[in-house]
Design a binder for this molecule. Structure first.
Ligand SMILES: Cc1cc2nc3c(=O)[nH]c(=O)nc-3n(C[C@H](O)[C@H](O)[C@H](O)COP(=O)(O)O)c2cc1C
Length: 140
């Protein structure tokens, strides 16, 4: 299955998860500023990851989701994750990304997943990398 992971990351924590997920799936992780629309060609599984910024999806990811929504990705499998604080009041991005992917016609095969950082710069809470690997391990 050809997969693509698109992510934003200011301090490297979301990048770390995206790279691990890509490695687990034998696919490629692309940071938002390196993304090109042509990369979506033939993709069968699209995973989008974002840090939570001000209770929302990071702006560079929002921009890509607009491109994704404008394409016909009916039947492409999809999933969303984010990184942010443990406190639920700090909001999430994964459920918002999930909603946009559904709107774009993707077939969501992963529960939107929130991975926890201890502060703005990280680090990721212990065992979040393992949790990310397990999150994608059983996709088919
Ligand atoms: C401008 C800004 C706004 C943020 N707002 C939130 C927020 O509303 N909720 C939250 O949980 N974390 C928030 N954070 C913390 C980020 O989610 C955290 O920096 C991120 O998970 C780290 O991922 P990265 O290393 O990939 O950038 C914010 C961080 C920045 C820089």
């Amino acid at each position: 299955m050809k997969s693509l992971i698109i992510y934003e990351s200011k301090f490297g924590n979301t990048a770390k998860l995206a790279e691990k997920i890509a490695e687990t799936l034998g696919s490629q992780a692309v940071k938002a500023d390196k993304f090109e629309e042509a990369m979506l060609e033939g993709v069968e599984l699209l995973i989008v990851g974002s840090p939570v910024w001000a209770w929302n999806i990071a702006a560079p990811v929002k921009k890509i989701l607009k491109i994704v929504e404008a394409k016909s990705l009916q039947g492409v499998k999809g999933g969303a994750f984010d990184t942010g604080f443990a406190n639920k009041l700090a909001g999430n991005a994964c459920k918002k990304i999930d909603k946009k992917l559904r709107k774009a016609g993707l077939d969501i095969v992963l529960e939107p997943m929130h991975f926890i950082v201890d502060s703005d710069k990280g680090p990721l809470k212990e065992r979040e990398i393992e949790r990310a690997i397990n999150w994608v391990r059983n996709i088919h």
